[in-house]
Design a protein around this ligand. Structure first.
Ligand SMILES: C[S@@+](CC[C@H](N)C(=O)[O-])C[C@H]1O[C@@H](n2cnc3c(N)ncnc32)[C@H](O)[C@@H]1O
Ligand SMILES: [Zn+2]
Length: 291
């Protein structure tokens, strides 16, 4: 369902050319001559992929995400994070949740419209917490420039993976460029991720290409260390953007699974070589570079 009173053609744009969209029965069509984009609306979900594609790898992964808010995972990955989000989202009118999964794990700000974007059709079908459900990718957002008050990425950036570490970085760069394009001046980009410490980062970086060749799509994660993610963000987000970083503290003997897909692999916090991280990038009010 698309929430009553939400005019899709007013808040969305063409994912190919960013031009305006026209509402047709059961679809949105780009008004730019020669573009030809047409996004079908079915099951209350807008197909916002820029090009026709086969089913996405993530279509079938929603059962994994149903574990995310249960047991110790909630305590470690969502409780403190959701509390921090409450104050940071206060007053936001138009919120984009990138990789929203089957439900929101945080309180929506009052009087807001929340757009949920995901590459998992099944997750979107189950997600009744968002007002607009978009089947699409972080790397080509179907939104106009300077239109969004806050973007939330809850454990989705590490899923932007290609065949090599080099491709992973290209996808992350594409997503950050898109975030920079659609955020309003003064808006927040709120990212929750785990950030490997240096030894774990080095092992992942060196072994990832080979592991991906051997394991294929089942290796669907690449975790960014804090220094690399913040360096890319400061290169690609608008000038004047400021970062507030917070490491989420968890008691050392809290036992939890490292990945939602690996519920049986549980270790105490003490043994995990990563920081549980919150990044809040606030876009500068003045986007013009002073130097
Ligand atoms: C680990 S889940 C997190 C779901 C939810 N945010 C949560 O924390 O419970 C990551 C989500 O990112 C989605 N995803 C993967 N690649 C994506 C992309 N390129 N654009 C948007 N979402 C993507 C997956 O389908 C999945 O639902
Ligand atoms: Zn277009």
């Amino acid at each position: 369902m698309i929430a009553a009173g939400v005019a899709l053609e007013k808040i969305l744009a063409c994912p190919r050319c960013h031009g305006g969209l026209e509402r047709l029965p059961g679809a949105l069509a780009c008004g730019t001559p020669g573009c030809g984009f047409r996004g079908v609306i079915a099951d209350g979900i807008v197909n916002a992929l820029p090009t026709a594609a086969g089913p996405s790898f993530f279509d079938a992964t929603y059962p994994v995400m149903m574990h995310s808010s249960s047991g110790p995972s909630r305590l470690v990955f969502y409780s403190q994070q959701a509390a921090a989000l409450r104050e940071r989202l206060a007053g936001a009118r138009l919120v984009l949740d990138v990789g929203c999964g089957p439900r929101l794990e945080y309180e929506r700000p009052p009087a807001s419209v929340v757009i949920g974007l995901d590459l998992s059709y099944e997750s979107l079908r189950h997600n009744t917490d968002v007002d607009v459900r978009l089947y699409g990718s972080a790397t080509s957002l179907p939104l106009p420039a300077g239109s969004i008050d806050a973007i939330v990425c809850f454990y989705s950036l590490h899923h932007l993976v290609g065949q090599t570490v080099h491709e992973n970085e290209a996808l992350l760069r594409a997503a950050l460029r898109e975030f920079a394009r659609v955020l309003k001046p003064g808006a927040d980009l709120l990212v929750f991720e785990v950030a490997p410490w240096w030894p774990a980062w080095t092992v992942q970086r060196l072994a990832w290409n080979l592991a991906r060749r051997k394991l294929g799509r089942s290796l669907d994660m690449f975790f960014w260390r804090r220094q690399t993610l913040t360096a890319l963000a400061s290169e690609l987000l608008p000038p004047g953007t400021r970062l507030e970083y917070r490491a989420i503290r968890i008691p050392p003997f809290t036992v939890f699974p490292f990945a939602f897909a690996l519920q049986r692999l549980r270790l105490p916090r003490l043994f995990y070589p990563f920081a549980i991280s919150m990044y809040d990038w606030r876009v500068g009010q003045n986007r013009v570079r002073s130097r």
